[in-house]
Ligand binder design. Structure first.
Ligand code: GDP
Ligand code: MG
Length: 313
């Protein structure tokens, strides 16, 4: 199969008919074999009934229904597990992304060697309350991930089959899939300017919470991918440095007190700094140890992504 289109959705009943018809037109014109996986994340507006109806009319349309709302990342993850196509496209259900982009995205993955291509909504049709925070957001993500994309959280993305089979998204991590993919070893990440359109039906489903949960997830991803399997290297090092700084300060103050002048230790602000440093250093060190002990018992510890093997294994 050439293409799997994954559409996570939450209360988008009005859009589904038009969306699937449009995807079908594009696929027929391009002569692609395809499937559409609609993941209904506990919608309450009859989206699932619509999906059943669409699927009965056209069997390439498949549906997964969650019992309750788990979030966009969970929906994408389920789609990734199910997808069979050589190229996997994700897109929003609200018709803000255009299926007309699919053939070019397919070409970039199959013939230009990209592992992942992210859409860039260069011209956006969204309210300013959304576009300005998003700019800041993308800037921070660029700095942390080292990936130079303009628009990390565009719903329209294309992936090589292997990529979606290797990565796992949960929480609010759908915003950082390029970073997750890069840290899993897929570093051919491209960008394509895509058409963006005004929302026709319904309202946006993401409120202000995205600006709090999102950055926390980015920190988790950055931490887990670098130190998840070796927490002691981070905490142990920071802890040792802090402890030694504190110890040095304490030594210096003691020396002065004994040999130079008799003063009250607590009169020197440096004393508190040294004390704090030693206490925090010890705590960090212990945190590293605990992390090590947890990860030693975790089945993830030796879970590596093997790209290929050769020979009779
Ligand atoms: N699975 C799932 N999809 C969601 C959820 N919230 C939004 N979506 C889908 O994600 C896409 C983008 O959402 P939208 O509200 O348009 O966000 P915006 O374009 O950033 O304003 C749409 O297809 C939504 O139906 C959710 O909680 N779960
Ligand atoms: Mg939208």
């Amino acid at each position: 199969m050439d293409i799997s289109v994954i559409v996570p959705l939450y209360n988008e009943v009005e859009s589904l008919e038009e969306l699937t018809a449009w995807i079908a037109r594009v696929m027929q014109t391009g002569g692609f074999s395809y499937e559409v996986i609609l993941v209904d994340d506990g919608s309450r507006d009859g989206s699932w009934k619509k999906i059943e109806e669409l699927s009965s009319r056209n069997p390439v349309i498949k549906g997964v229904k969650f019992r309750r709302n788990y979030g966009k990342s969970a929906a994408l993850n389920v789609g990734f597990i199910q997808a069979q196509g050589d190229v996997v496209i994700t897109m929003d259900a609200d018709l803000q992304d255009s299926p007309d982009e699919i053939p070019d995205l397919y070409d970039m993955i199959m013939h230009q060697g990209f592992d992942l291509v992210s859409g860039w909504k260069k011209k956006r049709y969204d309210p300013i309350t959304k576009t300005i925070p998003t700019k800041l957001y993308n800037w921070v993500t660029r700095r942390i991930s080292g990936i130079y994309l303009h628009d990390f959280n565009c719903g329209l993305k294309a992936y090589r089959h292997d990529v979606v089979k290797c990565i796992e998204v949960y929480g609010e991590m759908h915003r950082y899939i390029p970073a997750i993919a890069k840290w899993a070893g897929f570093d051919k990440i491209g960008e394509k300017v895509v058409q963006h359109r005004k929302r026709q039906f319904g309202v946006t489903k993401f409120g202000m919470s995205r600006f709090i949960n999102g950055p926390l997830d980015l920190i988790s991803i950055a931490f887990v991918s670098r130190f998840g399997k070796r927490p002691m290297h981070l905490f142990g090092m920071l802890g040792s440095i802090l402890f030694m700084v504190g110890f040095g300060i304490a030594g210096y103050l003691s020396y002065e007190k004994v040999f130079e002048a008799a003063y009250k230790m607590t009169d020197r602000p440096l004393f508190y700094f040294g004390l704090l440093s030693m206490v925090m250093g010890t705590q960090l060190f212990v945190a590293g140890f605990l992390g090590e002990m947890i990860s030693r018992n975790s089945s993830e510890r030796n879970n590596y992504l093997i790209e290929k093997t050769v020979g009779d294994l």
